[in-house]
Design a protein around this ligand. Sequence first.
Ligand code: URA
Length: 235
Amino acid sequence: MTLDKILQSQGFGSRKWCAELVDDGEVSINGEVVDDSRERVETAGLQFKVFGESWTYREHVYIALNKPANFECSRKASHHPGVLTLLPEQFHRRDVQPVGRLDHDTTGLLLMSDDGPFIHRQSSPRHHVPKVYVATTHDAVTPELVTLLLEGVQLHDEPAPLAAVSCRMVAGHRIEIVLAEGKYHQVKRMLAAAGNHCVALCRAQIGKLTLEELHLAEGAWCYLSDAQLALLAPD
Ligand code: URA
């Protein structure tokens, strides 16, 4: 692929802008400036620098973000900044999107990608990858609450009761709830239907990928390796 096209595919701007970047000597490969935007370059394993910043060529990006509260996952964020504002600008131009949604006040593990089929697969209702949430509750967690959530609670607009895959008390006002589906406000609505109230919610795990092992500070993100992506597959 020519270098201008490579840069465009990686989100550095229009083809014309990328050609100018190269022709102006702002791009280097293996420590050497490449100033011909039509030069053909092998993309496999390509490392390059733009304005001195290092990048690796990636056909698609797969990202894990430790989402802070008060960021929206919707494309057109209205009341709070969007989660995309937490990522480098290159990713906006690559059309990176959240995989599913977390409420604006929910924190924790959020996947993001520019790979349409991956996003579709991960967010499909038929893709039963368990998601682990830790909720802080208004009222104390009781054994009855745990039992109710395990047996299933009826939500207003659902045809049948929804049950947690597993559920356990973590502390006096903290409960871990594992869900197989991702219905709108599901954890909060299930807790409300069980007579309690969710005051804070964090997604701690998707499939076998845990937020803890990613060591991400709030608002920080990382690329996911192939091994980490494999942890997202259903059993
Ligand atoms: N359940 C909720 O209620 N909110 C979320 O953000 C995720 C799951």
